[in-house]
Ligand binder design. Structure first.
Ligand code: OGA
Ligand code: MN
Length: 284
């Protein structure tokens, strides 16, 4: 039996809502191919009204590459053992005074997951469980559209540049990034070509791109500031207002994402699995 899926754009910038699929079930090959094609083309997919377990989410994530797991240090112990490998909670909830989640609370600036690694996460899946009444949206920026919209002079200027990226666990914004020389860092081309679609995109973000090492500090900051502002223009951005039961997957190769602030006194809880290239070294 094959499934008929129903799709609807999430915004003009990027994204598709995909309905008519129950992700508790194993999907037939044709449907899986169709979903992978939609993902590469539209960069963000949202599957609303899903009632999935961690294992269902892990199986879904595995359609897109190698699910990250064995080497993740902060896994939750609360879920069933087989499914916990690689699961991560994104939450402001504290249990016995300790955060149950692994990312900072509140607002987060634009970034791309795993940009501090030599082999960044290909994709991230996030499943909405508890959502505050207001705020806590995840914003997605289309870095392919942002690249396409650059002037030809700018495209030429940045074509061969490399960036240095950093992951500062505690940073929610750029003002403090990079203060610690021992933080995980990597180098990446500023312009990347997508493995599947061959489209070019900017690969940089306000929260994680530290410098353009071949430039002096001032020149690097000025160029980065111009490109950050460009990549965050409203025409490239979709702001996702979560509903519990949304399963969202985004492509870290072609998008950045950010989080809007939300009230501290309200609970927010999402479940996350990331996916890597199957040939990426483990725990890079
Ligand atoms: C993430 C992330 C944003 C959010 O899980 O990598 O950035 O809205 N989440 O919680
Ligand atoms: Mn993130």
């Amino acid at each position: 039996m094959t499934t008929t899926i129903d799709i609807e754009p999430l915004s003009e910038a990027l994204g598709m809502a995909v309905r008519g699929i129950d992700l508790r079930e194993t999907l037939d090959d044709r449907t899986q191919d169709e979903i992978r094609a939609l993902f590469s083309k539209h960069c963000v997919l949202c599957f609303p009204d899903q009632k999935i377990s961690a294992e269902d989410q892990r199986r879904f994530a595995a359609m897109f590459g190698r699910v990250d797991g064995a080497y993740r240090s902060k896994s939750s112990g609360d879920l069933k053992k087989s499914a916990t490998r690689g699961v991560m909670l994104v939450s402001n909830i504290r249990k016995d005074g300790k955060p149950i989640g692994s990312l900072p609370d509140g607002e987060m600036q634009f970034h791309s997951d795993g940009a501090h690694r030599a082999y960044p996460y290909r994709a991230t899946t996030l499943y909405g469980i508890k959502i505050p009444s207001t705020g806590g949206n995840t914003m997605f920026a289309n870095l392919q559209a942002a690249y396409d919209a650059l002037s030809s002079e700018m495209k030429e200027r940045i074509e061969t540049l490399q960036t240095q990226t950093v992951y500062d666990y505690a940073a929610q914004d750029r003002s403090t990034i990079g203060s610690d020389p021992t933080l995980p860092r990597a180098q990446h081309p500023l312009v990347k070509t997508h493995q599947v679609t061959g489209r070019k995109s900017l690969y940089l973000s306000r929260l994680m791109t530290e410098t353009i090492p071949e430039m002096g500090h001032e020149e690097s900051e000025a160029l980065l500031a111009e490109l950050f502002d460009h990549a965050e223009k409203p025409e490239f951005v979709y702001s996702h207002k979560w509903t519990p039961g949304d399963l969202v997957i985004w492509d870290n190769r072609s998008t950045n994402h950010a989080r809007t602030d939300f009230p501290d006194e309200e609970q927010r809880l999402l479940r996350r699995y990331t996916v890597s290239d199957p040939d990426a070294p483990l725990g890079n």
